[in-house]
Design a protein around this ligand. Structure first.
Ligand SMILES: Cc1ncc(COP(=O)(O)O)c(C=O)c1O
Length: 393
């Protein structure tokens, strides 16, 4: 047999998708699917209208970095927080995912290292593997709200192969939101070590107390900042596959343009829809914050009722990492899918291991996503509580 590459062999199966095959084999069960960040919030009408209005004679390639009008719309949108952004600072990508892959690839040679605040979005592992990069986790903790660790802790993680520090803000899966002081400190630290800062801001409109600070808004260190954005969560348009990679570093952007040329270009349809999305007014963003605030509040209140269970209250995004009184949440998650039923219902959860570089660190945790309506979330957490009792017995 021909041999597959080490990269292919070392790709982990996404923790979030892992259970899907098992779920598909179950018959007649009503599953609460809280394992994946796919909201059920309707996609706003102007986006659906833009899809219907897209009637080209030829569905042609577009430019590698995206349609100029889409890049301009994204620059104008981000200029609300980061004045002076222009189309040249924005590349349209196939989801935030491709923006992450491009940024990891553009800053890392094989064997180079990315510091990643942990727990972290599990697919960073896959992008790093494809880019040939190594993830070096930096643990953040519930007791201080998953704050960015001190300069001394960060210093200790740097080696001569370190190229960038990566985090999401608001954070998936912790719900942390990083503000201006924390980011200024991080940027000063990154400047000291001459590292890139990759700030994944795909949840930037979903916050409950204070808004996150965009890393790009801090101009002094702008050359080293790479921001990831996406339409998926903000506009409930995960299937559109449109994201953005944004940086004021034009040398970096030129290399990203070349990466983009290799795959020709992102979908013109998605970009037309993107233009409509980026022109929605502030009341739209306030409305999604209301929706997620209600959901998260209900989910957390229900979780707080469960004995032996602890979970941080998210300050943004729509996830929480729940600590359960079980030893191996991977087994517990399978038990939920295959064996446990409450009135024909069960819950699909994401086992915590996939959010840590060393999966055993998440063995007692699961991640829940507030992606269904409040009453369903409440019921889902009740079912989870019943399942914990059944599992212990
Ligand atoms: C933190 C984070 N970044 C990036 C993505 C990728 O999103 P997409 O490729 O749909 O834009 C996700 C999706 O869940 C995410 O949670």
């Amino acid at each position: 047999m021909p041999v597959l590459s080490t990269r292919a062999a070392s790709l982990q199966q996404s923790a979030i998708r892992k259970l899907d095959a098992l779920v598909r084999r179950q018959v007649g069960v009503r599953f609460h699917r809280l394992n994946i960040g796919q909201p059920d919030v309707p996609t706003p009408a102007p986006l659906l209208e833009a899809i219907a209005a897209f009637q080209p004679e030829v569905v042609a390639y577009g430019p590698a970095s995206g349609l100029p009008e889409c890049r301009e719309a994204a620059a104008a949108y981000h200029a609300r927080w980061s004045p002076g952004l222009r189309a040249a600072h924005v590349v349209a990508t196939v989801g935030g995912s491709e923006a992450l892959l491009f940024s990891f690839t553009a800053v890392c040679d094989p064997g180079d290292e990315l510091l990643v605040l942990e727990p972290y979005y599990t697919n960073y592992n896959g992008f790093a593997t494809v880019a040939g990069a190594v993830v070096r986790p930096i643990r953040t903790h519930l007791h201080d709200g998953f704050a960015i660790p001190s300069d001394e802790v960060l210093d200790a993680a740097v080696t001569e192969r370190t190229r960038a520090i990566v985090f999401s803000n608001p954070a998936n899966p912790t719900g942390a939101v990083y503000g201006e002081d924390e980011l200024r400190r991080l940027l000063r630290w990154a400047t000291r070590h001459d590292l890139f800062v990759i700030s994944d801001e795909v949840y930037r409109q979903i916050w409950f107390e204070e808004p996150p600070t965009s890393a790009l808004s801090i101009e002094e260190h702008a050359d080293r900042v790479l921001v990831i954005d996406s339409l998926s969560k903000t506009y409930s348009a995960c299937g559109l596959r449109l994201g953005f990679l944004i940086s004021r570093n034009l040398d970096f952007m030129e290399k990203v343009e070349r990466l983009g040329q290799a795959r020709l270009g992102p979908q013109p349809l998605a970009q037309h829809v993107g233009i409509a999305a980026l022109q929605l007014d502030d009341s739209y963003y306030a409305s999604i914050r209301r929706i997620y605030r209600e959901r998260v509040t209900v989910m957390m209140a229900a979780l707080d009722q469960l004995p032996g269970v602890s979970a941080p209250h998210p300050r943004g995004a729509f996830y929480t990492m729940v600590e359960l009184p079980v030893d191996d949440t991977e087994r517990f998650a399978r038990f939920l899918v295959e064996a446990f039923r409450s009135d024909g219902e069960s819950v699909v959860v994401a086992p915590g291991g996939g959010f840590y570089a060393a999966p055993e660190s998440g063995a007692q945790k699961i991640r829940l996503a507030a992606v269904t309506e409040a009453p369903q979330l409440q019921r889902a957490v009740e079912v989870l509580g019943e399942a914990l009792i059944a599992y212990a017995g």
